[in-house]
Design a binder for this molecule. Sequence first.
Ligand code: FAD
Length: 403
Amino acid sequence: MKQKHLIIVGSGWAGMKLARELKKYPQEKLKVTLISDITTFRYSAALYRAATGHKEHEAIIPISEILSDNPHINFIKETITHIDREKKVISTKDGMKFHYDYAVLALGVVTSYFGIPGIDQYSYNIKTTSELHHFRAHLHREMIDENSLDKSYNVIGAGPTGVELAAALTSYIKIIAKKHKIKSSKLRINLIEAQKRVLPISNEKASQKTLKRLRKLKVKVMLNQKVELQTPDFLQVNGVQIPTSTVIWTAGVTNNPFFKKNEAQFSFNPKGKVVVDNHLMVDDAVYVIGDNADTPYSGLGLTAVDNAGYVYKDLKRQLKGSRRRPGYKPLVPATAIPAGKKWAVFQYKKFVLTGPIASLIRSIADLVAYSDILGYKKALHIWLTSEEKEEKCQVCKASFNQS
Ligand SMILES: Cc1cc2nc3c(=O)[nH]c(=O)nc-3n(C[C@H](O)[C@H](O)[C@H](O)COP(=O)(O)OP(=O)(O)OC[C@H]3O[C@@H](n4cnc5c(N)ncnc54)[C@H](O)[C@@H]3O)c2cc1C
């Protein structure tokens, strides 16, 4: 059989899980090229931790490290811009062209600011490495320059990321304030949500318990609040100005602009996700998976990993010329969302559990997720060192050395 060429685009949960699975597949039958616009894999579930004092490596892992035991995957750093499905060619920003027999598009989503004035300019985000650096540097720089806390720290969006981050900030700000010799008794953390409850994707019970927990941590939860404007000095919410220079936007995402640019080649659901068939394909050669695809639980890392697992099996069947190709059956995901130390809210279907056991479940889920991408040994190393802290701020470093 002539060797086929598979191109995977995207080094996220879906792309890297598929790369891991393909380690087992005979190289002479399939040449694999992985293309991504970054040289790292972002374990997004730990980004809030990397934003609040934990080691960055927990959330941002070099692709070279992940593929070190998977050398037959050829990694190319490029941004893809076009696809010609008829000719089976993918083109990149730098003018490179790649012919494929099969392609898997897993490009993830991008931030959307819903056109709110000033938010794109003045708010912080924690999705990418540079955003993470920028945010952490701001927290410390402000303490150095002003010798005080900010008047308020505002997290926008009470979805999982907003909840995790607001809760983690309650202790992190106090820790770094101490290192900067600043009193933190007036610390004010606002969690601002446009909908009527926190964790709108979870059920009522999970949402209520999380609200109670956040209040216990002294996070001011502001529900039914619409963000209208941000300037360098304040955030305007429902007509009221909140003095601040720290706003973290976790509220909105939209599908990757690649699909809009190539819209003639895809069909979309009303939310802009790509419509796929029951093999997660848009034709007999192109899979679209993870956050890009219109599947029941799209938008979760778990779903992206599950999609990739299915694609591996389906590809194997196709390459074998198998007539039997079962369709994709979506996995009903369980969620475990942490809010502060040793507390999480776990939900599977209608079952809800909160507290330290849910937190342990979350920690084990992290180990499983790392293993899916990195293999067990590397995953275990990251997991076991996950309580280690890291600071770039000179004041905090000096204080580390003294203690
Ligand atoms: C802060 C945060 C926390 C989260 N926490 C959780 C959680 O705890 N549990 C959970 O299940 N889910 C979580 N999610 C959701 C989860 O991250 C996504 O569902 C998951 O990343 C989707 O995987 P993916 O492979 O589709 O896309 P991604 O993981 O986003 O990967 C997309 C990849 O494509 C690359 N790319 C993009 N455009 C191009 C281009 N044009 N050319 C080449 N490469 C390109 C990107 O750089 C990236 O490597 C979280 C998301 C965020 C933002």
